[in-house]
Design a protein around this ligand. Structure first.
Ligand SMILES: Cc1cc2nc3c(=O)[nH]c(=O)nc-3n(C[C@H](O)[C@H](O)[C@H](O)COP(=O)(O)O)c2cc1C
Length: 222
């Protein structure tokens, strides 16, 4: 731990959130700004978010799509954020290269003129049928990175986040009326630390248990 930046060293995923704390507009803005500046494959920025607060309609709809066991603690978070990403783009063949006959082949991507590139969907020139399958994985990876950025910013603000992927994804899409091309992936509970002794016994046990990690040596493949 000694070498970790404090922003990472003090981060953890609590269950006990302060049921009176609010997420201010400035805090919400800083969190989303941090997510916005995350790196992404091809700078596609596929992440999309829906922010609900404890007592607003969006917050209630998000909460209803969490497992009952998690609603017990997540209902106290100041905000619930749906972290979503754009769906896989349809597989398209790369545009034909515009090399004149007899000249050396021109890379299809390089041959696309700048204006057409700006106007086209971001992935249109990148995704071929052969690798379209991997696009969804890239987008989920990018989204995770954006949420990691958000988590660090939250720590800097004295906020805590607890991510959940074991949620009703179809229910979230329906209840929040999300566009068809958006795939909800996780819910991020955000708030201030609460009193762990106010938790039900099983959650208090989880909350106060030791946090464990593999040794770095066990992570190294070579
Ligand atoms: C992508 C992702 C999904 C997670 N899903 C759940 C979940 O469905 N339920 C839950 O209680 N915690 C969930 N967590 C929290 C993890 O259990 C937690 O991060 C892990 O146990 C390590 O604990 P720490 O964050 O306190 O270091 C999730 C975390 C991540 C990053």
């Amino acid at each position: 731990m000694a070498d970790l930046t404090p922003l990472l060293a003090v981060r953890w995923s609590p269950l006990a959130f302060d049921p009176t704390a609010e997420l201010t507009a400035a805090e919400a803005s800083a969190l989303l700004e941090a997510a916005r500046w995350a790196p992404s494959h091809g700078n596609v920025q596929p992440w999309r978010f829906a922010l609900g607060r404890r007592d607003d309609e969006t917050g209630k709809r998000i909460l209803a799509n969490l497992p009952a066991r998690d609603q017990r603690w997540a209902r106290h978070a100041a905000a619930l954020l749906v972290a979503a990403h754009l769906a896989d783009p349809p597989a398209t063949a790369p545009p034909a290269a515009t090399a004149a006959p007899g000249t050396a082949p021109v890379d299809a991507f390089e041959a696309v003129d700048a204006e057409a590139f700006e106007a086209a969907p971001v992935d249109a020139f990148r995704i071929t049928p052969a690798d379209a399958f991997e696009a969804g994985q890239r987008r989920a990876y990018d989204l995770g990175q954006a949420v990691a950025h958000l988590s660090v910013q939250a720590t800097a603000l004295g906020l805590y986040v607890h991510q959940l992927v074991d949620v009703d994804h179809a229910g979230l899409a329906a209840d929040l009326d999300l566009p068809a091309e958006v795939r909800p992936h996780a819910v991020v509970a955000i708030g201030r630390l609460g009193d762990p002794f106010a938790l039900p016994a099983d959650l208090l046990h989880r909350e106060t248990g030791l946090r464990r990690r593999h040794r770095v040596a066990d992570l190294m493949l070579r």
